[in-house]
Design a protein around this ligand. Structure first.
Ligand code: NAD
Ligand code: IPM
Ligand code: MN
Length: 346
């Protein structure tokens, strides 16, 4: 059988709980077809508290050698004073996305049959957000002057390069061309004029290569109106790193909740492994109680299978998840959901 060599990073909070179910489903669906090698890495806020390590160079180099990375979530509870806010997010998660050049952060939103939406009349929700993954205000390109004084000045500069914008915009057009042929650029070029115009000009230039794709533009604030009042209008949304973060939590909320939202951090040039993770975080408020929904992690594992060319296996996981969601009645434990989906794909 084909060998697949995965790194598994369970992380903090509910990360280990949901990742265990994703691994369970991966093992069940691949069975004897795949020689699945898993290497678990201890990383995250708890690991930092125990060791002082965020993401050592040696670990990063070992992570590079895998075919793909399955990741849970990291992060401390917002009120936890033992760990500086942003340390793990920046020095582990963003460092990983940047170092492995995960320039496409792909997040699908689909309202599955039988799933309640908080929207009274949601219509058909089936769109993808192509979120830029390596630039924007996430690059740590900021600083502070006169910290702690009444004259303090803090900046966070948004970095946007022609190369970085063009490659993610081209990816989004390519996805739209094999979907419903509609791309929406979400930005704020009425205020963010330099970056906004780079994004707008790039969309217009790349559009010429995709005559079959219609494109439009929404300012991010208005886009949030339509995400709630008319989500069916969206097919592919392309946007920057920070807008994409915010848009995709709302997108998750309107399409069945954060417990169902999967994501892929893709290095589309395949110069380093891609990483698959639920959109949600470590959810300290529910951690350790076996009440987290592992579906987002399981659907992220399906995206991993598809990225590695195991399309039939990915489709089996997605079909099993869809059936599981449609049959839901009451609350089930994290492991019970994983067991049911694993049994369905075996
Ligand atoms: P969160 O996504 O962890 O939680 C938001 C809310 O959604 C919480 O009420 C939580 O209980 C609920 N929730 C999340 N996942 C769920 C699931 N699978 N099933 C049921 N309910 C679920 O966001 P937060 O509270 O803002 O962040 C907590 C920590 O996670 C912070 O340290 C943050 O930095 C970090 N974080 C990490 C990632 C990541 O690792 N990719 C993503 C987001 C947040
Ligand atoms: C996400 C998270 C991360 C992000 C944080 C934890 C750095 O919110 O994956 O959506 O903002 O990208
Ligand atoms: Mn987020």
């Amino acid at each position: 059988p084909r060998r697949i060599d995965l790194a598994v990073i369970p992380g903090d909070g509910i990360g280990p709980e949901v990742t265990a179910e994703a691994v369970k489903v991966l093992r069940a669906v691949t069975g004897d077809d795949v020689d699945l090698a898993l290497t678990e890495y201890s990383l995250g806020a708890e690991h930092w508290l125990a060791t002082g390590e965020t993401l050592p160079d040696g670990t990063l180099e070992r992570l590079r050698t895998h075919d793909a990375i399955l990741f849970g979530a990291v992060g401390a509870a917002p009120g936890d004073t033992r760990i500086p806010s942003g340390l793990i997010e920046r020095e582990f998660l963003l460092k990983l996305r940047f170092s492995l050049d995960h320039f496409v952060n792909l997040r699908h939103s689909r309202l599955y049959p039988g799933v309640p939406s908080p929207l009274a009349d949601p219509g058909t929700i089936d769109f993808v957000v192509v979120r830029e993954g390596t630039e924007g205000p996430y690059t740590g390109n900021g600083g502070t002057l006169r910290g702690g004084t009444p004259q303090e000045v803090a900046t966070e500069v948004s970095l946007n390069t022609a190369h970085g914008v063009e490659r993610v915009v081209r990816d989004a057009f390519a996805r739209a061309s094999v979907r419903r042929g509609k791309l929406t650029l979400v930005h704020k070029h009425n205020v963010l004029v330099y970056a906004g115009h780079l994004w707008k000009r790039t969309v217009e230039a790349v559009a010429a290569e995709f005559p079959e794709v219609a494109h439009d533009y929404l300012h991010v604030d208005a886009a949030m109106i339509f995400l709630v009042t008319d989500p069916a209008r969206f097919d592919v949304i392309v946007t920057d790193n920070l807008f994409g973060d915010i848009v995709t939590d709302l997108a998750a909320a309107v399409s069945g909740g954060i417990g169902l939202a999967a994501s892929a951090n893709l290095n589309m040039d395949r110069t380093a492994p891609s990483m698959f993770e639920p959109v949600h975080g470590s959810a300290p408020d529910i951690a350790g109680r076996q009440i987290a929904d592992p579906t987002a992690a399981i659907l992220s594992a399906a995206l991993l299978l598809r990225h590695l060319g195991l399309n039939a296996h990915a489709a089996r996981v997605e079909a099993a998840v869809e059936a599981d969601i449609a049959a839901r009645t009451g609350a089930r434990s994290t492991a019970t959901v994983g067991d049911a989906i694993a049994a369905a794909v075996s």
